[in-house]
Design a protein around this ligand. Structure first.
Ligand code: PBG
Length: 337
């Protein structure tokens, strides 16, 4: 409907506040809702057993050894969360310039996938495809003469995707922003017999300052040593380009697309959802989590209310689901109040 604005009158004829008078009517007219099944929980897995280690710049988030991760994931699943997104914290001695650990079927990510699928089989497992957890320079791809080279990187990413699919990963999530990688990965998965493994593309992923705490969490900040990812991740100035990126990834076979970061890019999320009408996810990234958590810790924001409002904003903007480090906390609140 066109925006309905009645002729000015006094006293007013239209009184929108009638529908805000009490909780029952507010909930009757609510346009959007948030439920635990909207949430995907990104988790950090580390080596060891019985080991948990806090991420300093993300209070409340921990790097967990596989055994504890499985327990935490089972509990989250019990709260209604349907999938986790897995991020390995690779020991420094396993990082190399070519990131070859990415294709080791015994790497941390693959062992974690197998443990999760074995012990919590009905929980979806999503795994990033990109080389940054494994490279000694911290980039998502192979570096030649100071530049992240596209096509040779895509060859390795295809092998990484097949390695993860073989370990039992349900959804492959390329987060590297190389050109043409979705098509190449789809083909590689199909040839290896994994035509049922889905692809969630980080289609519109921006070169953002809000990834800082994540890079601390996986240890890639030190590897990057101040370098940025602007030659492959998108310029925050651009919106039209995000639509071209999404169009390409869908044409190449992406089943679902993602916009990342989240709150500073809600405009992109809305445009993508409106234009393509495909399953579209938003990633409320580490820096967004850190901002909200830090303000709440200072008593400047109500933690739970700000958290739920931020998550609902993604639904309103058009997201089908949200990757968020708040997932278990939010699910518990939504379930039990
Ligand atoms: C790696 C990757 C990053 C994030 C998800 N996958 C970091 C980056 O691109 O440098 C960021 C997630 C977050 O900040 O929460 N390709």
């Amino acid at each position: 409907m066109d925006n309905f604005i009645p002729a000015p009158a006094w006293p007013p004829v239209a009184r929108p506040r009638r529908l805000r008078r009490s909780p029952w009517i507010r909930s009757l007219v609510a346009e959007n809702t948030l439920s635990p099944s909207d949430l995907i929980w990104p988790v950090f897995v580390r080596e060891g057993a019985g080991t948990r280690e806090p991420v300093v710049s993300m209070p409340g988030v921990e790097r967990l050894s596989i055994d504890l991760l499985v327990e935490a994931a089972a509990e989250a699943h019990g709260l209604g969360i349907q999938a986790v997104a897995l991020f390995p914290v690779t020991p420094a001695e396993r990082k190399t310039p070519d990131g070859v650990e990415a294709v080791n079927p015994e790497n941390l990510a693959c062992r974690a996938i197998r443990a999760l699928k074995h012990q919590v089989p009905s929980l979806g497992v999503i795994c990033d495809v990109a080389l940054d957890p494994y490279t000694s320079h911290g980039h998502d791809g192979l570096v030649r003469d100071g530049y992240v080279v596209n096509d040779p990187t895509v060859e390795v990413l295809c092998k990484q995707a097949v390695t993860q699919a073989r370990a039992g990963c349900d959804v492959i999530a390329p987060s590297d922003m190389m050109d043409g990688r979705i098509g190449a990965i789809r083909k590689a998965l199909d040839l290896a017999g994994y035509d049922q493994v889905a692809i969630l593309s980080y289609a519109a992923k921006y070169a953002s300052a809000f990834y800082g705490p994540f890079r601390d969490a996986v240890g890639s900040a030190a590897n990057l040593g101040g370098a940025d990812k602007k030659t492959y991740q998108m310029d925050p100035a651009n919106a039209e380009e995000a639509l071209r990126e999404v169009a390409l990834d869908l044409a190449e076979g992406a089943d679902m697309v993602m916009v990342k970061p989240g709150m500073p890019y809600l405009d992109i999320l809305t445009r993508v959802k409106r234009q393509f009408e495909v399953p579209t996810f938003a990633y409320q990234v580490s820096g967004e989590y850190a901002m909200l958590t830090a303000a709440a810790a200072n008593g400047w924001l109500d933690h739970d209310k700000a958290m739920l409002e931020s998550l609902l904003s993604f639904k309103r903007a058009g997201a089908d689901g949200i990757l968020t480090y708040f997932a278990p906390k939010a699910a518990r609140l939504l379930r039990h109040g």
